[in-house]
Design a protein around this ligand. Structure first.
Ligand code: X5A
Ligand code: ZN
Length: 675
């Protein structure tokens, strides 16, 4: 199952024909540099090339009015003067004799992409299009957009394929007000947008872009706005909104199809957005959406005006669509104060609509409403110091030669696509000594030693990036865990995230020095967390309550994992009765975004049924959709919220409000010594 790439040079064949400072950034080179970068990196060759087509009038009329279409239809025959005048009725957009043709191709490209994904020709894909679409309204062009490509695509998917729920994720830095209007009262389309807002001072300066515009009538709750009231938002700010708002709601909603308004003006260096997120963040945003809707994801280009950053960001997105492991995001920290305020407001505005947000904090008491009316009383703007921003080029994303290695006892078949692994090399005597002395005192040595030495050899190959993921069935899971952790954490500067799922005992791992972070999901009665690096998550029904478990994964484990930034994820399945395959696969798939995709799964030899599903997830197949999530147990939602609050003094990516938390030093003696 491949990745579609849709591009046609024809869409570079229109441009601004007069002087307009607001429009001068929307240039044909946006498309050519993006495409060239994909070709030069070899990414284009790895995709399935799908041709564009023109959207039909019927397609366009699903979203736009007849009068508007008739107007645009005349533009190819207009004189320059007529074009200028036609343009004047709209905001921040220009027309050209060839733009109508290109706009039909852009919308048609979106439809071709939907067709390719919905018919199963490919798993996912990206369309590089001009003009963009998300600002365009039923009867108006706006913000460089002529037809609303994504809205047309969503309507088409619903009609042609009977898709019941569509999620539109708009990570462009502008508010796609056209998309919002189109689906405002429609509960079958969930629209999420973050956007530069600055209390309505930023274009398109609309009151309805604020967090409290949540949709209307039946569609109430299905429009999620996160307005940025300051510029310079960073990777942490974006990830935090994904973990604490978009993903929980998206999993609860359970889309059949994900459409992304993939604008890259939300990245560093962009003259419009003035944000500071780096291009590699799009690898993560993409990855985090790829286990929804069974992996059916269509990304449509919207904005992005710094050509260097645009090309890099497009490549990061396509790499991830193709299944290449994402680079480790550099220096994540807590979100900034303003981002937290936006997150806080949006979560509380939505808590009446989404069970996962039921215990979100009240609206902040600060004077948000008074900030709104500051519009108009111009405060002096700092002079535009067109400083050249520089950021490091994202590292090359080399996929290891071998994707998934398995260490299985005799009699267990090697799953398709995996490679059976056994250590060819003898372990060095020092390691053997250590193993026998520390771990193997009272076991049948030879057998255990051969499995453990295979495990260590496997971890070493993962460290060298020769193997991406691994899976091992072991007799003694505690011993295997200790062995891997000891080995991996002995490398300088390496950290291991250990995620244990199940009712078994977690062996004592060295969580003092911060080189191991253990998160243990179980149903044990409120086990206390011991220090900063051992975090038990005790859900009432363990993981047999799908919603509670998934929400804990999204809102606790992911942010912890991102902030910890491990070099290896060790996912351990202990006796985990009640855990269904789909949930386990979601967990596995989501964790692959960490540690450059290096996840090693350990399972009890007795539990062979999950081998196939686990292998499939480690190979990069999307997890199956879980169906719309029921409300999690109220106790569990409250518990997770509370745990997050308690831990957020130590782990800043767990914050969901700007209110300060007191350090958890009373229950945590160890982190102080290493702070
Ligand atoms: C698609 C897009 C931006 C329009 C900015 C107008 N449009 N000032 O990014
Ligand atoms: Zn934009």
């Amino acid at each position: 199952m491949g990745t579609a790439l849709i591009y046609d040079e024809e869409m570079t064949k229109y441009k601004l024909l007069w002087v307009d400072p607001a429009c001068k950034i929307e240039v044909p080179e946006r498309l050519t540099v993006s495409h060239e970068a994909l070709v030069e990196s070899g990414l284009a060759d790895r995709c399935v090339s799908v041709p564009v087509r023109e959207a039909t009038e019927a397609d366009i009329l699903q979203v736009h009015s007849e009068e508007y279409l008739e107007g645009v239809k005349k533009t190819p025959y207009m004189t320059l003067e007529d074009l200028k005048e036609f343009t004047l009725q709209y905001g921040d957009v220009y027309f050209h004799p060839n733009i109508y043709h290109c706009a039909k191709l852009a919308a048609g490209a979106a439809l071709q992409l939907v067709d390719s994904v919905m018919t199963g020709k490919v798993r996912n894909g990206m369309a590089l299009v001009r003009p963009p679409g998300h600002h365009s309204m039923r009867s108006a062009a706006s913000g460089f957009c002529v037809f609303n490509n994504v809205a047309i695509a969503a309507q088409y998917a619903k009609q042609k394929y009977g898709v019941k729920r569509v999620l539109i994720v708009d990570w462009d830095v502008h508010h796609g007000q056209g998309v919002q209007h189109c689906f405002e009262d429609d509960p079958s389309v969930l629209y999420f947008s973050w956007h530069r807002y600055e209390h309505q001072k930023f274009w398109p300066n609309l009151r309805e872009s604020d967090f409290d515009c949540v949709g209307k009538e039946k569609g109430a709750g299905f429009n999620v706005n996160v307005p940025w009231n300051e510029v310079k938002m960073q990777n942490s700010d974006y990830l935090s909104v994904f973990c604490h708002l978009l993903l929980p709601v998206a999993y609860e909603f359970c889309p059949d199809l994900v459409l992304v308004c993939a604008g890259f003006d939300s990245a560093i260096g962009d003259p419009e957005g003035e944000m500071c997120a780096t291009p590699d963040i799009f690898a993560h945003l993409t990855h985090l959406l790829m286990n929804l809707a069974g992996g059916k994801l269509c990304a449509l280009l919207e904005g992005g005006y710094n050509l260097t950053c645009l090309a890099q960001s497009v490549c990061q997105t396509v790499h991830t669509l193709l299944g290449d492991p994402a680079p480790r995001p550099a220096d994540l920290h807590g979100p900034c104060k303003s981002a937290l305020e936006s997150l806080h407001c949006a979560r509380s505005a939505h808590r009446q609509y989404w069970a996962c947000l039921k215990h979100a904090a009240d609206l902040p008491t600060s004077d948000i409403s008074t900030k709104r009316i500051r519009l108009g009383e111009e405060d002096e703007k700092p002079l535009d110091t067109e400083e050249e921003l520089v950021w490091p080029e994202p590292p090359k994303r080399l996929a290891p030669a071998l994707r998934t290695a398995v260490v299985l006892p005799g009699g267990v078949a090697c799953p398709d696509g995996c490679n059976q692994f056994s250590s060819s090399e003898e372990l060095d005597p020092v390691t053997v000594n250590k193993l026998t002395e520390n771990l193997l005192k009272d076991v049948d040595e030879s057998d255990a030693l051969s499995i453990l030495s295979s495990l260590i050899a496997l971890v070493e190959k993962m460290e060298k990036n020769e193997i991406c993921t691994g899976l091992a069935l072991v007799q003694d899971i505690s011993m295997a865990m200790m062995c891997v952790v000891q080995h991996a954490a002995s490398a300088p500067d390496n950290r291991v995230l250990v995620v244990c799922v199940g009712y078994g005992e977690v062996p004592l791992l060295d969580t003092i020095n911060g080189k191991t972070l253990v998160v243990h999901f179980s149903n044990k009665e409120s086990e206390k967390h011991k220090g900063r690096y051992y975090i038990p998550v005790c859900l009432k029904k363990g993981f047999s309550d799908t919603s509670g478990f998934i929400q804990a994964v999204l809102g606790l484990l992911l942010p912890l994992g991102y902030e910890y930034d491990p070099g290896l994820v060790l996912l351990v399945r202990m006796s985990a009765g009640g855990l269904c395959d789909g949930v386990w696969q979601q967990l596995t798939g989501l964790l692959l975004g960490l540690a450059h995709g290096h996840t090693l799964v350990l399972m009890q030899d007795g539990e062979r049924a999950p081998v196939g599903p686990t292998a499939s997830s480690l190979l990069g197949d999307p997890a199956p959709s879980l169906g719309p999530l029921l409300a999690p147990l109220p106790e569990d939602v409250a518990y997770v919220e509370n745990l997050r609050h308690m831990l957020s003094a130590d782990w800043k990516l767990l914050q969901t409000t700007g209110e300060s938390t007191t350090a958890s030093s009373d229950i945590n003696m160890t982190h102080k010594m290493h702070a």
